[in-house]
Design a protein around this ligand. Sequence first.
Ligand code: ADE
Ligand code: ZN
Length: 319
Amino acid sequence: MIPKAELHCHLEGSIPPALARELAARNGLGVPPGLIGEHGHYVWKDFLSFLATYDLVCTTVRRAQDFGDVIYSYLASVARQGAVYVEMFCSPERPAALGITYNAWLEALEGGIDRARRDFGIEGRIIIICIRHLGPERALAMARAMVAEPHHYVVGFGMGGDEAQFTPADFAPAYRLAHDRGFGCTVHAGEVLGPESVWAAINDLPVTRIGHGVRSADDPALMAELARRGIVLEVCPGSNIALGLYPDRKSHPLHRLIEAGVRVTLNSDDPPFFHTTLGAEYDEAGLGEAALRGITRTAIEASFADQATKQRLLREIGP
Ligand code: ADE
Ligand code: ZN
């Protein structure tokens, strides 16, 4: 099995419908009406309704321990697919709304990561992610909380949510703080909007990675700039196709980005929502074994883990 690494997966977006049912049941809740359709899949129809469905799945997660079980369950599933390292996007907005403290939440996530390492040998880290449509003030408050209470598994800062709201520059204070305190930075851009959104992200934010960024393929000068700066794209082809950015894998720009010299990684984003897995992304990328191994190396090099962990993982996965 080809060793794999993932830099772009959302914590609650990793919950399969069966686990959502289990979480709802043990928390004494019904499954939210309209969440799961007759074929057992999550119901959504476009990007904004996907974000709303994501929020519905979040309502099944109620106790600190639930968050730990969710990350454990995901790490266990990708370890079986050959993953050696995962960075998970985790939003403190959800536990905060439930009255769970930041530290209690992190402790639960840490427990899940440690259990997964013990049971499967997989390494996990946390990226604190703010939600773009909730605005720059909430993002800055989140960055302040993150730097005030450092945790050895929290290695980065990112932003998801509705790309059409606000601009990257609006979030520069939050990102500057995270970057100045040594956190790696990434941002979703070039998914819903075009190349101009990626230009704004790389010009206005201290990011070394872009979440998605696939629309950069519409702009040769942007691809050249990403290649020149070594900015890594967290590409999620299955997500892009499910959300209708591209009709199929043949028209997806993964190969064009690689040919332009852009550094790319493969990721699943919110796998059960998009009927994908990390393993499927590797299998269906249309790349040979050497290229796929190179993608795993790129992911580890571009990860926000400490140097010793990166060196160990690079040794483990081999050439
Ligand atoms: N949150 C979860 N998945 C997302 C995506 N694909 N884009 C933006 N925000 C998200
Ligand atoms: Zn995402």
